[in-house]
Write a protein that binds this ligand. Structure first.
Ligand code: NDP
Length: 246
């Protein structure tokens, strides 16, 4: 397999760490962003102890200027970004009639506007080199909606609209653009949900358990291969059968 440079946003998180491991295992140079240098250094050391060297760059995906600098730093350290995984994300849950403008904009900026902020600085290079793989990590709740998540569901659904437009514009340049929509995976984001709510969620999952980060990473990694060159504009739902729509 050709060794490429992959940028995984939010690589220090639960799903992000699994994606970083998987892409590194395929021989790629992998970079990720951080906001808290101390926390990032502890994570980097833990990955290094597993034999995985990750290129760490400062960057806030909700801030366009920060993302420009982040991509420049990755490309200076590791070479042109050929694989981009827009994975960083947050929730700020509450019912819409109680939602503040800040809760709305934080979620839209971090999940959806981040796709603009990070993809814009890498897309021209991919087009010039005639090869690229872009994967958005959306969510089951962008497909089906979710009580208390109007902000998150809107942002995550928007990521798929972004995917299919970008896929059309860039198909002739050897660039594929796809979305992965995970169901509930046992990371910090989901473990923060009260246990009784989690039990109700699991009861709705036909496979009968939460997902594992590796099960998302495996699919993301497949989209980034040469063998997946004819898959573009797709949305892959990985949710234990929790939602079987588009
Ligand atoms: P985590 O909370 O474990 O990780 C989130 C990552 O995103 C962290 O590395 C975090 O960094 C980073 N991040 C958050 N905000 C920013 C920002 N403004 N700039 C840069 N980095 C940021 O979440 P998961 O691993 O569970 O989720 C990963 C993705 O998968 C998200 O997009 C999420 O919406 C999606 N998803 C998750 C599901 C789940 O069940 N867990 C289900 C469906 C989708 P920091 O440490 O600095 O906060």
């Amino acid at each position: 397999m050709t060794q490429r440079t992959a940028l995984v946003t939010g690589g220090t998180g639960g799903i992000g760490s699994a994606i970083v491991r998987y892409l590194a295992g395929q021989g790629h140079r992998v970079a990720t962003n951080y906001r808290n240098a101390e926390k990032a250094e502890a994570w980097r050391k833990a990955m290094a102890a597993e034999g995985i060297e990750v290129c760490m760059v400062a960057g806030d995906v909700s801030d366009p200027a920060s993302c420009e600098a982040m991509v420049q730093a990755v490309e200076a350290k590791c070479g042109p970004v050929d694989i981009l995984v827009n994975n960083a994300g947050i929730t700020r849950d509450t019912t819409f009639h109680k939602m503040s403008y800040q809760q709305w904009t934080e979620v839209v900026n971090t999940n959806l506007n981040a796709c603009f902020n990070v993809t814009r600085p890498v897309i021209e290079g991919m087009r010039a080199r005639k090869w690229g793989r872009i994967v958005q990590i959306s969510s089951i709740n962008g497909q089906k909606g979710q009580y208390g998540q109007a902000n998150y569901a809107a942002a995550k659904a928007g990521m798929h609209g972004f995917t299919i437009s970008l896929a059309q514009e860039n198909a002739k340049f050897g660039i594929t653009v796809n979305t992965v929509s995970p169901g509930y995976v046992g990371t910090d984001m989901v473990m923060a949900v009260p246990e009784e709510v989690r039990e109700k969620i699991v009861a709705q999952i036909p496979v009968g358990r939460l997902g594992r980060p590796e099960e998302i990473a495996h699919a993301v990694a497949f989209f980034t291969t040469d063998d997946a060159a004819w898959i573009t504009g797709a949305n892959l739902a990985i949710n234990g059968g929790h939602y079987m729509g588009w």
